[in-house]
Design a protein around this ligand. Structure first.
Ligand code: PEP
Ligand code: MN
Length: 337
């Protein structure tokens, strides 16, 4: 961390500033220039609040971090790609893993029909929400614990690992048989929940918040990894912008940047990113093209009747067609599907 000091500050003020840092266990290097003096802080600055230092020290003009605040998820600290293993499936560099299923689990018949079909089309894991974060309290809230039982049944029938969203830490025990625990966009900065899923011995799918920066997503992943769980999969699912024609704006550059900044697997969710069925296949192909390690796509046996997110759900035939196209492209990219 470097602090550039205001011009013409008195020497004793600089000495006091340096002394305060030394008392906190840091060493500093002072560089006196003709115009400006800079003080470089050496040590673990992860917990230093840069803005606070600038605002509370009148001798500091501004400050800049040299290294990122996230360490455990940082590629500079851990060069090799993390591959997350779930049963016999792998998620990470070299793979293009497709997770599919309905937005919400609705009935045994529905989830089984979808599970069998997406498996036959090549999906490697089954998604299905049972605790649903809905904007309206009057909208379908999910089948809750009963829905989890339906998901378990679909897992037994098909062998597909299951992915479902946890809404708060009191639900942890209910998720015992869930293979990948999803932390949704609205909970990306629920830090108590992040600490709890950090204690789990199973993968966590962390979705980017509706209005969160890439840096904030990485810091949320840092909560989970630093708590002891290194099996984190990041998911770009679109962010809120001024555009209203799509549900969200798909931030493809985030996929590329995340792959550069972190060793964790990065997948994309073209369904929530667009909200529009016809956009899902092209955006899925775009995700593969920019280097995503997989996608999560919503599918439904009868999208028009879906209890949530029908407008963005592919029907089972459309999903199968998309998988055929992705397979050709994944082979070109030398990614295993
Ligand atoms: C979902 O996956 O169904 C969901 C609610 O996603 P998000 O948290 O990205 O909105
Ligand atoms: Mn959904």
């Amino acid at each position: 961390m470097v602090f550039v000091l205001n011009p013409k500050v008195r020497e004793e003020k600089i000495e006091r500033f340096i002394h305060e840092w030394e008392q906190k266990g840091f060493s500093t290097i002072l560089s006196v220039g003709t115009e400006h003096t800079a003080d470089c802080l050496i040590g673990n600055t992860a917990a230093v609040d840069l803005d606070h230092v600038v605002q509370t020290n009148d001798i500091v003009a501004y400050g800049k971090r040299i290294t990122e605040q996230y360490k455990a998820v940082n590629r500079t600290v851990h060069e090799d790609d993390t591959i997350v293993h779930v049963g016999n499936i792998s998620i990470g560099e070299g793979f293009f893993t497709v997770i599919s299923g309905p937005c919400s689990v609705e009935s045994e018949e529905q989830i089984l029909k979808i599970a069998r079909s997406v498996k036959a089309s090549g999906a490697k894991a089954l998604r299905g929400g049972v605790f649903k974060p809905r904007s309206s309290p009057y909208a379908f809230q999910g089948k809750q614990a009963e829905g989890l039982e339906m998901l378990r049944m679909a897992k037994r029938e098909t062998g597909l690992p299951i992915v479902s969203e946890i809404m708060n830490q009191t639900q942890i025990d209910l998720f015992e048989d869930v293979d990948i625990v999803q932390v949704g966009a609205r909970n990306m900065q629920n830090f108590d929940l992040l600490k709890e899923v950090g204690k789990l011995k199973k993968p966590v799918l962390l979705k980017r918040g509706l209005a969160n920066t890439i840096d904030e997503l990485l810091m949320s992943a840092e909560y989970i990894v630093s708590a002891g769980n290194s099996q984190v999969i990041l998911c770009e699912r679109g962010i809120r912008t001024f555009e209203t024609m799509t549900r969200n704006t798909f931030d493809l550059s985030a996929v590329v940047l995340l792959k550069q900044k972190t060793h964790l697997p990065v997948i994309a969710d073209p369904s929530h990113a667009s909200g529009i069925r016809s956009l899902v296949p092209p955006l899925a192909k775009a995700a593969l093209a920019v280097g995503a390690d997989g996608i999560m796509v919503e599918t439904h046996n009868d999208p028009a009747q879906a209890l949530s997110d029908g407008a963005q759900s592919l029907d089972l035939e459309q999903f199968s067609g998309l998988m055929d196209e992705l397979r050709i492209r994944a082979a070109i990219e030398k990614k295993e599907m």
